[in-house]
Design a protein around this ligand. Structure first.
Ligand code: URA
Length: 238
């Protein structure tokens, strides 16, 4: 593993920050100062110190939860939080949800202790796509669909172009697939509300390269190595 990645994963800051740290000459590998951030180390046997303190590598956990309604996306709250659903995971206390789903929203929620990845996945720069199935009141006209696709003025901001596909239409409501690359507060609900079709149910089916698939509601699983790799690549990390 590269030295800069090892330090970033161990909580010494972002890649950029740890590169500076290494350059400053306070990082040693087996007693020798190393100023090359790309230096390869073996986390299980090499001794890395920062300013004399030994660095202990933190294992990273990546969990996909199919969030049920009724849980708050937070680590602590007076109400039930999503963390209650995954409490038998080791080192549970360092885990946190990436981004937010409303209490009544269901579906894919990533939970991790990888701060660097979480930061990138929620940063607008990386335009991570999120796909939702929204059950909305009424039927959408072509004009309304175009509005959703082109951008809607929500007062404090104009939404970026979205992909929109009406999947089914019934007498009272429609099921619409919508993909957005932003993650503003109540964004999807506000977009539909604005065009006169309030959201009745909202369910997230994908987040970046991750797909919820047939994971049952309320259950979670660890991501595969391949899924973690793809997610990191999409966020500019390797
Ligand atoms: N948009 C919303 O309005 N709510 C969510 O939970 C997620 C996206």
């Amino acid at each position: 593993m590269r030295l800069d990645r090892f330090l970033a994963e161990s909580g010494y800051g972002t890649r950029k920050e740890v590169k500076k740290l290494i350059k400053s000459g306070i990082v040693k590998v087996n007693g020798t100062t190393v100023r090359d951030a790309s230096r390869r180390i073996k986390p299980e046997s090499d001794i890395v110190t920062v300013d004399g303190d030994e660095v202990f590598h933190i294992d990273r956990f990546y969990i996909m939860l199919n969030k049920p309604a009724g849980y708050i996306t937070s680590t602590k709250d007076r109400e039930l939080t999503v963390m209650e659903l995954i409490c038998d995971v080791p080192r549970f206390e360092n885990l946190f949800p990436v981004g937010r789903l409303d209490k009544d929203t269901t579906g894919l929620l990533l939970i991790t202790n990888d701060g660097e990845l979480a930061h990138r996945l929620t940063h607008p720069k990386w335009k991570v796509p999120k796909v939702y199935l929204a059950t909305v009141e009424g039927k959408l006209s072509e004009k309304e669909i175009k509005k959703l696709q082109n951008g809607i003025n929500l007062g404090d901001f104009i939404t970026k172009p979205a992909r929109v596909k009406v999947l089914t239409e019934n007498r009272d409501d429609s099921q619409v697939e919508i993909e957005i690359t932003e993650g503003k507060y109540h964004q999807v609900k506000r977009m539909f509300e604005k065009i006169g079709h309030p959201v009745k149910r909202l369910h997230r089916v994908s987040f970046g390269t991750l797909k919820l698939g047939n994971l049952p509601e309320g259950e979670y699983r660890f991501l595969t190595e391949e899924e973690v790799k793809k997610l990191k690549e999409a966020a500019g990390l390797r």
